[in-house]
Design a protein around this ligand. Sequence first.
Ligand code: PEP
Length: 253
Amino acid sequence: MRGYLVAGNWKMNGSNASNRALVEGIVAGVPSSSDVQLLVCPPFPYISSVAGLIEGSPVLLGAQNVSAHASGAFTGETAGSMLQDVGCEFVIVGHSERRALMGETSKTVALKFKAALDIGLKPILCVGETLEQRESGQTKTVIDEQMNAVLDEVGIDVFSDAVIAYEPVWAIGTGVTASPEQAQEVHRHIRRLLESHNAGVAERIKILYGGSVKGDNAAGLFSNPDIDGGLIGGASLKSDDFLAIAEAAASLS
Ligand code: PEP
């Protein structure tokens, strides 16, 4: 039983005041099911204060990005050791916004994934195709390229400490969600790819779905055998919306 992980990617949103209201709401409403874990990923400047707000609760903490380097002259970058120092357990790598807007290649993403693992952070590796790639039948080829870049860099064994998020780019922030069948098909493909390297790791790893998940579509997605929760953008910014997704997971566990 892998259990569910519901992770909030706050992106570049929030303030001290709004974060407090959001986190207090989440902490007050954490589902009692021990099979559902909640994770919040605030912007860098707020990680420490959010760490204080979740203290004593089961809510987990993560970051949205990490440097591929351990330390040194990399102005504006943040090392994995720093994230760990301020209480992060997870870090998102390879989000499609970073791939598309910041020019991160699959090789860069693989190096960040490795840097996170090297320091003991759990990377959440995002993979996913654009609408154009889906419509031209390239979905699995794109996923394979993004996955294989990381597998080539770090090997299969360390995936035990990682999470994967399948996020079709066309579903992120658009209000268009992949159907449960579309999502399950790609999740199954990802698990089979991992299985071809190590069946145990493939069975244990959590594969999240991300892309316009809401309280009213979460159960339909999460009830599929290879979908182990969600990476949530827009709906992670209001505690009621985020908790509705967590409750959908809890209702299935
Ligand atoms: C995301 O950015 O990871 C995401 C899934 O966003 P949204 O839920 O808003 O589609």
